[in-house]
Design a protein around this ligand. Structure first.
Ligand code: FAD
Length: 530
């Protein structure tokens, strides 16, 4: 069963080697684990429902707890401490578009607020019920997960929007296709959630972000059904797909989505190259991108992230040997690890690999071959489980992410890491922060910083530390010309910084747009724009 207050399946645990645990302790001090509230304790806090009865809605308290929060760090703090305060009044599991329509009609007549719910993996407060006088209905799309049709002529597939990553890929694989959208939350996040948050998968360089993969679909809104046709391109004014993408539940409920699929690749290779320093690593990836090499993924870690990943990976003997060879070839203490994915037809993979390694070689990159890459591929969806392990040791882990044009990238990395590293100095607490570039473009890059700090015995203090760090990192992003989110969305946590990139006129246009589909304001109010 899925954990109610952490990541992943209850039966799956990640393990931190003693050396890795010592590394974390050395970086930020000994962790002091806090006591977790039990599910039973939290269930007793759930108030009576305010929703009138409806055959599609359950007010079962356990279901309401399980849909009360997502996966942001404030959500974790609330769930682990049992201090939730708000719960949905009910949860519905519609199985068809007409049931979704029925639920929207019910909300219109009862004044209930609706929160569309995909996999609940939001990390910015998207799915949390906000305090208020109106009852809240969470609509879980998990029963709308079928492959409705596959059109091999046009390489389009239409799914129920509640389909999760593994289920979607399994249904496509039976026909020899893939969507190629692999966010790290792949195991639980859903197609509807990806669309509603403008998600980006690990191989977005090759397959595209969800913006490129989403061809059309159906959205049930309080003003009626919006149908977006899957044209390959069109010059008919505004592209309606753009209204649906990133709508965060404000527009309506995406019930089905047509996506652009690709035949399963003949080959998939993940290689690692080490560069002697960050500057040469950046120069190499920029050259690969600007020469338009057909790569599926590039992920470049800073020297600190490289060191951290190697320390946390275990495999002391293998890594020791690799490090010795690298040092001899000029990649020493400042080395940066580049993970490179190449997928496609065998001949294309061979050519892209040769070209990429040529570019890397000219910048003193040293290829470590496929061993570390294969290890990454095997573990790629296991990393989030480490959050559970670290929490139980007394450490909180969170990430901040942005994207910027290349000229701003180095300054953002420095500013965000510094803001986090020094963020708790007043409390004499250490913060450990490290970064990689992922989701790279010819014109700039996504920037992803992970940070760890110690949880306090008082959950309010743990939350306060997070607020201080989030504010410092977000201000650094905005000041250094980054977007407040490259892939996680806005929810509640990024709202405050949205003005800096949209401006008042832009925000007013967004508000009016959502109001025209939802004049009563019943769809996920308080999220994205207020
Ligand atoms: C460990 C971890 C790793 C992550 N890695 C990535 C990553 O690599 N890339 C990335 O982009 N994100 C990542 N995320 C963030 C998150 O997984 C994405 O935002 C994801 O797209 C959310 O999908 P979901 O189905 O879980 O949506 P939910 O969390 O359930 O909902 C998110 C928002 O979408 C709306 N929504 C959901 N379904 C529908 C629908 N059918 N119709 C209308 N609105 C809907 C909700 O109302 C809400 O506003 C990660 C999160 C975690 C916890």
């Amino acid at each position: 069963m899925k954990r109610w207050n952490g990541w992943g399946e209850e039966s799956v645990n990640s393990h931190l080697s003693p050396a890795a645990a010592a590394f974390v302790k050395h970086a930020i001090g000994p962790g002091i684990p806090a006591r977790d509230a039990s599910l039973e304790e939290v269930v007793t806090q759930v108030p009576p429902t305010r929703l009138p009865a409806h055959p599609l809605i359950t007010s079962d308290p356990t279901e309401r707890v399980r849909h009360a929060r997502g996966q942001s760090l404030p959500d974790w703090i609330a769930l682990r401490s049992g201090c939730l305060e708000t719960f949905p009044d009910g949860v519905a599991y519609p199985e068809s578009q007409s049931e979704v329509r029925d639920l929207i009609q019910y909300a219109r007549t009862t004044g209930a607020r609706m929160i569309p719910y995909g996999g609940g993996t939001s990390v910015v407060g998207h799915i949390n019920p906000l305090p208020g006088d109106q009852p809240v209905l969470t609509v879980d799309l998990s029963r709308m997960s079928r492959l409705y049709s596959i059109d091999e002529t046009n390489q389009l597939a239409t799914f129920g929007a509640g389909v999760t990553g593994p289920h979607l890929e399994a249904q496509l694989r039976a026909y020899g296709y893939t969507l190629g959208h692999f966010p790290q939350s792949f195991e639980y996040s859903t197609l509807g959630g990806w669309i509603a948050t403008r998600s980006s998968g690990q191989q977005s360089l090759g397959y595209g972000r969800i913006e490129q993969l989403f061809a059309g679909g159906r959205v049930e809104t309080p003003s009626g059904e919006l149908e977006v046709q899957p044209f390959p391109a069109s010059a008919t004014g505004m592209d309606l797909r753009e209204i649906v993408l990133g709508s965060e539940g404000r527009l309506g409920i995406v019930t089905e989505a047509t996506v652009r699929v690709t035949p399963l690749p003949e080959q998939e290779q993940f290689l690692v190259v080490f560069f002697p320093d960050w500057e040469r690593g950046i120069a190499a990836v920029r050259r690969m991108l600007q020469m338009r090499l057909p790569l599926a993924m590039l992920r470049l870690s800073t020297p600190l992230e490289t060191k951290t990943n190697l320390a946390l990976a275990g495999h002391k003997h293998l890594l020791g040997a690799i490090e010795q060879v690298l040092a001899l070839r000029g990649a020493g203490n400042n080395k940066c690890m580049l993970l490179m994915g190449i997928v496609g037809r065998e001949a294309v993979v061979r050519l892209a690999r040769k070209e990429a390694l040529d570019i890397a070689g000219k910048l003193n990159g040293v290829s470590a071959g496929g061993i570390l890459g294969a290890q990454w591929q095997k573990q790629r969806f296991r990393t989030p489980y480490l959050r559970n392990t670290l929490w139980s040791m007394g450490y909180a882990v969170d990430t901040v992410e942005t994207a910027a044009t290349w000229d701003h990238v180095p300054a953002i990395v420095e500013a965000v890491e510094a803001a986090l590293r020094d963020g708790l100095a007043a409390d004499d607490e250490q913060v450990y922060a490290y970064t990689h570039l992922s989701h790279l473009y010819r014109h700039g890059s996504g920037i992803y910083t992970t940070y760890l700090y110690r949880i306090a015995s008082d959950p309010a203090e743990t939350l306060h530390r997070w607020q201080v760090l989030k504010e410092a990192a977000s201000q650094a992003i905005v000041m250094q010309h980054g977007t407040i989110s490259h892939q996680h969305g806005v929810g509640t946590d990024h709202q405050h910084y949205l003005f800096a990139e949209k401006g008042e006129l832009g925000l007013a246009a967004m508000r009016q747009l959502y109001a025209s589909f939802d004049p009563q304001g019943i769809m996920n109010p308080g999220k994205l724009v207020v």
